[in-house]
Design a protein around this ligand. Structure first.
Ligand code: SF4
Length: 194
């Protein structure tokens, strides 16, 4: 079963959100998702450019037969013989690690497609116009492989992961459908009345 790379990001953010998006096909835009779409539209220009000797390929299709992954990279750079996947994100520096999982999965695909080693990845944060590069080191690779396995299990079983209220629910576009406080309210009610 092929796993969309974007699902890894969503799963690491919240398994329940991943289940809603990829098993139920639910998606709701909010201001954050719309800003992200606008940003990706600009990144998805399909243009090949060279900037200061760095070759840049935009909107690149990716796959891995080994890991059964499919997806896209916003940008792939080639400089001094090294390949670097770059992901565009709308906000400031991410508080969560899910974006790095996504970039690491892109790196795994590139390694297989180009028969090379991809040692680093990068995230461009639009809000701060800043770019963060990081190593695709063993801990990040192990975490990424673990998330791929969890998403595969989720897609195979289709079982709903519980929705837990957490700080990241604040920016989640599916909050109105998910009602993450409902489970806890029901549990409190049961404790009181049952
Ligand atoms: S509102 Fe919270 S629990 Fe519900 S899908 Fe979003 S992040 Fe997950």
């Amino acid at each position: 079963m092929e796993i969309p790379i974007a699902a890894l990001n969503q799963y690491d953010y919240c398994p329940h959100r991943c289940w809603r998006m990829f098993c139920l096909g639910e998606f709701v835009d909010n201001v954050y998702t719309l800003e992200g779409t606008f940003l990706h539209t600009r990144a998805d220009s399909g243009v090949f450019t060279t900037v200061d000797g760095v070759a840049q390929y935009r909107n690149v299709d990716l796959y891995s037969a080994q890991h059964e992954l499919v997806g896209k990279a916003d940008l792939i750079e080639h400089r001094a013989g090294a390949w670097l996947p770059v992901e565009y994100k709308r906000g400031g520096r991410g508080k969560w690690g899910n974006d790095r999982i996504q970039v690491c999965a892109q790196g795994l695909c590139l390694e297989e497609m180009l028969q090379t080693v991809v040692s680093h990845g990068a995230i461009f944060y639009a809000a701060s116009a800043g770019r963060v590069e990081f190593a695709l080191d063993e801990p990040l690779r192990a975490e990424t492989l673990a998330v791929i396995a969890r998403v595969r299990t989720l897609f195979t079983r289709g079982q709903e992961p519980p929705a837990h209220l957490m700080p990241r629910c604040q920016g989640c576009s599916l909050q109105a459908a998910c009602l993450p406080t409902l489970g806890e309210r029901v549990a409190r009610y049961r404790e009181q009345w049952e």
